[in-house]
Each structure stands twice: as C-alpha cells, then as structure tokens.
Design a protein around this ligand. Structure first.
Ligand code: F6P
Length: 331
C-alpha cells in the first residue's frame, strides 16, 4: 500500500448519535498527522456519485454535541454489485482518496471489505444504536439510545402508575435485544421480550403478572424489541398493539402500547458515545497511516482492538447471559 495522503470518511446505514464525534476525530487526527480528509456525502451513494467535500481542520467545529451525521447517510443497492464497487474504487483513484473510514454496521463493513479488495484500504467503525455487531462489545450510538429509552420509560411509568396500567414499549433492535435488556434493567421493567430468547408468554409474562398482582403490584412496564413484534420482525406472531390487547384480555390489567421508533436514533450523544467515537476515529486514522486496511475497530473488555473484516463478519453475537440473569432476578 502506498503512502496515505488523503483519506475519505463516510457514514452509512442507519445514523447513530456519536457519528459526528468519529468524523471530528478523523479530521483532527488526520490534520495532526499531515493527512488531508474528504467527507463523502450519503455513504457509498456519495462515493458512486463523487459527491465529496474537503474537510479542513476547522470544518468539524461545533459538531461534537450534534446527533445524526453531518455527512448524511444512505443505503446503496448499486454498491452491493461488483460493478458498483469497481466504479467506487475508480472514483477514489480519480478523487485522490487513498483510504476510507466507513462508519456503520455489518452491511457497511461488507462494502468496506469489497472496496479493500479492489485496492482501496478501508477501516470500519461500528456505529449503530442496536449494538448488534458481533465483533464488538459496544457500538457508537447505543448508549445514547438506551438513555433515550430509559427517559421515555420513566415518563411512561408515571402515567402507567397513575392509571394502574400495563405499558408495553416497543424499542429498536431488529436481531438484537440489547436496547431492551439494558433499558429494562435501568428503568426497572417487569419484563423484556427480546429476539434471542424463546418466550413462553403464558409462563414468562402472564403468570408473572398475575403473581405480582397478587402481591399488590398495580402497574407494569414491559419492553419488547422490534425484532419480536415490530414491522420487520421475522417470525412475528402479533404486533405490539395486539400484544397489549392480549395482555389486557388475559390479565384484566388495562394495557397501552407505545412504539418509540426513530426518536431513539436522534438526540445529543452521551459522553460515552462521544468518547468512544473520538477514540475509534483516532485509531482508524492511525491504522491507515501505518498502511493497515481491511480492519474493523472493536471494543473488547473495555479495550480498543481491531479485526480483519472477514473475521469480524464471521463472528456470532449472543446476548450477555449475566445481564439477562441479573434482569430476571431483579425484575
Ligand atoms: O439499524 C438501526 C435501526 O435503527 C434498526 O433498529 C431499525 O430496525 C432500522 O435501523 C430502521 O431503519 P430505517 O431508518 O431505514 O427505518
């Protein structure tokens, strides 16, 4: 790999709070190391359209506290085809981009791997609120999303308690129940229903509720991942509103459903997301500067590490059983 003079940075897939701290860190670290930066707008779509901007050192001022991504994001179908990747690599050569930092999830990392194979070294940075990337304990945006859900759940508990109701809250997390589980522990939910666990509704939810009612409990908060009852759920038996109606019918507790949706993706990033984004952006530039590409940055046991992209994509993600056990014992 030749010397890196200019790197590109793009954000791809669903936006995540903290992406801007990655972009800012990339620009500032590159400047520190005498490397130029081009911002690629709208992810791989922008690369195919040569939609890029110069990012001088001061271009990222005032962005750290902003949610979303200043580079915009998109999902590109054309980039999934070999011809699209070839065109993108050619565009990089024409634009003088020697390597790219790709912020996104697994789909974006596949793109980064394909582009690396075409001779443009790429580094992936895990950014998604779902925390569903196998190679890392943590993804940028997760902490902000969990805090948003906890805040909303606290508000819903006020009204749930006042009316002696059960409130079902559908949260994001298509294949991964981490948002529901973490928020469930932090807001004191009575139950979480997540895609990784086979739930017996009668045993795990309804009987538990009846038992709690007998003990004098008057209101309930239940978190359900969209991967179980949301529009995209693969094996959806019922949607979240139907689930609420069923719980009301079987327990006699008046029940309401709230689907939080994209509110979870917005907002000011937490300190944790800003810190991790800044650290990961810094390491990504250093890897490229040292001639290393086709890697994904990850957090393992609170340390930053990096993996070969193929190795990272082959890993499996499981729920944290200690967290699940803790939830089960304290709920
Ligand atoms: O991957 C993040 C995520 O927010 C998922 O939780 C959700 O299923 C999906 O993106 C929603 O995507 P879109 O913004 O395209 O509706």
């Amino acid at each position: 790999m030749g010397e890196i003079g200019t790197i590109g940075v793009l954000t791809s897939g669903g936006d995540a709070p903290g992406m801007n701290s990655v972009i800012r860190s990339v620009v500032r670290t590159a400047y520190f190391n005498g490397i130029g930066v081009k911002g690629i707008l709208k992810g791989f779509v922008g690369l195919l359209e040569k939609n890029v901007i110069d990012m001088p050192v001061r271009s990222v001022s005032g962005t750290l506290q902003r949610g979303g991504t200043i580079l915009h994001t998109a999902r590109s179908l054309e980039f999934r085809e070999d011809a699209g990747v070839e065109k993108a690599a050619q565009n990089c050569r024409e634009l003088g981009i020697d390597g790219i930092i790709v912020c996104g999830g697994d789909g974006s990392f596949r793109g980064a791997r394909d582009l690396s194979l075409k001779g443009i070294p790429c580094i992936g940075i895990p950014c998604t609120i779902d925390n569903d990337i196998s190679c890392t304990d943590y993804t940028i945006g997760f902490d902000t999303a969990v805090n948003t859900v906890v805040d909303i759940a606290d508000k819903l508990r006020d009204t749930s308690q006042s009316h002696n109701r059960c409130t079902i809250i559908e949260v994001m997390g298509n294949k991964c129940g981490d948002i529901a589980l973490h928020a469930g522990i932090c807001c004191g939910a009575e139950a979480v229903i997540i895609p990784e666990v086979r739930h017996d509704l009668e045993r795990d939810i309804l009987n538990e509720m009846r038992e709690a009612l007998n003990q004098g409990k008057t209101h309930f908060i239940i978190l359900v991942s969209e991967g179980v009852s949301g529009e995209r759920a693969k094996h959806r038996a019922m949607d979240t509103h139907q689930l609420a109606a069923m719980i009301q019918e079987k327990t006699g507790v008046e029940t309401r459903a709230t689907i939080i949706g994209h509110i979870q993706r917005g907002g000011t990033p937490t300190a944790q997301d800003r810190l991790m984004g800044s650290m990961m952006g810094n390491l990504a530039v250093k890897l490229l500067r040292n001639g290393i590409g086709n890697r994904v940055i990850a957090v393992r046991s609170n340390k930053l590490v990096d993996y070969d992209i193929n190795e990272a994509l082959d890993m499996n993600k499981t729920i944290d059983f200690e967290e699940l056990q803790t939830f089960n014992e304290i709920s």
